[in-house]
Design a protein around this ligand. Structure first.
Ligand SMILES: Cc1ncc(COP(=O)(O)O)c(C=O)c1O
Length: 357
């Protein structure tokens, strides 16, 4: 799908990755002190890595160009070749990373039925296969916080703690795809360090909602991150004067984390407007048709009972200047972010309501 030119009056709600760096961020990038990061000599990259590691209470972190690379490096750290990773059927690591766990990591994946953030640790525990001669041994579990396909859902802290216990009891490692862990932190009021201490590895993104143009990090122990540096180089992710990008990340951490609450409020308003049409997905039996399923900046739409399918919605909304992610015949998604103002989101809500009325 072609991108709309900036300033065209179009409201792009396809993803929170569509943001352009703000003037302040661009200034920080222009002024960044840089060095060759493949030699480990970029002071701005090093500062970002140290800062993010500390935020999550881990020893070290490694800057990567993308969240997919951060995830796949982390999976290789926690799941040796020919061992098994458990994750959910909608997880980004098995849905949108083009088979990388198998193709690059030699990792076998087995999934539990997609449930977004509503995971059942004991059902996951029942899937664990012991090391043995006959079966592929389970070595790691991955979860996604917040859950992208799961409508930006936040996995409760208690659920994560239980999963940690299960991993410890079974000698497994636990990875968090934390592309939007910032959103969970802001929505649930859980300190990042609380999340950090539950996982062996995390991947976190600066380019989803935080507004940086590029950049993610793998977070973990010093030993694992030393290994991650080798894996990143092998995957072609060693960058040189990457401080210009890391500077955008540092700026994002200073200026764009707390403000995520504004994006959550915009998503809640969108969901509120669309709730009467029964198309806001992820609601449980008590919340069907209401907006209370929407906790963060993603509004998942289930058009199963709606008057139009998702491609039609996408086309009609586009004609009226609103870009929507079409995820299948009946699935669609709206995502709020830094570059969609309150006014633009409220106008978009009016447009979408007019299409369903
Ligand atoms: C949950 C989640 N994880 C990982 C990624 C991958 O990030 P990237 O596009 O930088 O590879 C995304 C991208 O949107 C995502 O939503």
């Amino acid at each position: 799908m072609a991108d709309e030119p900036a300033g065209s009056g179009v409201t792009d709600l396809r993803s929170d990755t569509v943001t352009a760096p703000t003037p302040g961020m661009r200034a920080a990038m222009a002024e960044a002190v840089v060095g060759d990061d493949v030699y480990g000599e970029d002071p701005t990259v090093n500062a970002l890595q140290e800062r993010v590691a500390a935020m999550f209470g881990h020893e070290a972190a490694l800057f990567t160009p993308t969240g997919s690379m951060a995830n796949q490096i982390a999976l290789q750290l926690v799941a040796p070749r020919a061992s098994e990773l458990l994750c959910d059927a909608d997880a980004h690591v098995v849905t949108y990373e083009i088979g990388a766990a198998a193709a690059i990591g030699g990792i076998s994946t087995r999934t539990w039925a997609a449930a977004g953030a509503g995971i059942d640790p004991d059902a996951i525990a029942a899937m664990i296969r012991p090391d043995g001669y006959h079966a592929v041994p389970t070595t790691a579990i991955a979860v996604e916080q917040t859950h992208n396909r799961g409508g930006g859902g936040v996995i409760p802290l208690g659920t994560l703690r239980r999963l940690r216990e299960i991993c410890d009891a079974n000698g497994l490692r636990l990875h968090c795809d934390g592309a939007r862990v910032w959103h969970a932190h802001v929505a649930a009021g859980v300190p990042l360090i609380e999340y950090g201490r539950l996982f062996d590895t995390l991947s976190v993104c600066l380019s989803k909602g935080l507004g940086a143009p590029v950049g993610s990090l793998v977070v973990g122990s010093a030993k694992r991150i030393d290994e991650a540096r080798v894996l990143r180089k092998r995957m072609g992710g060693g960058m040189r004067q990457a401080g210009v990008l890391a500077a955008a990340g540092l700026y994002a951490l200073d200026h764009h984390v707390d403000r995520l609450a504004e994006d959550h409020a915009k998503a809640a308003r969108l969901a509120e407007a669309l709730a009467p049409f029964g198309i806001v997905a992820g609601a449980d039996s008590d919340t069907v048709g209401t907006s209370s399923a929407v906790r963060t900046n993603i509004v998942a739409l289930d058009l199963g009972k709606a008057s139009m399918d998702a491609p039609t919605l996408g086309a009609r909304a586009r004609e009226r200047g609103v870009l929507v992610s079409v995820l299948g015949p009946r699935g669609a998604r709206l995502v709020t972010h830094l570059d969609a103002s309150d006014e633009a989101v409220d106008r978009a809500a009016e447009v979408l309501v007019s299409l369903f009325r």
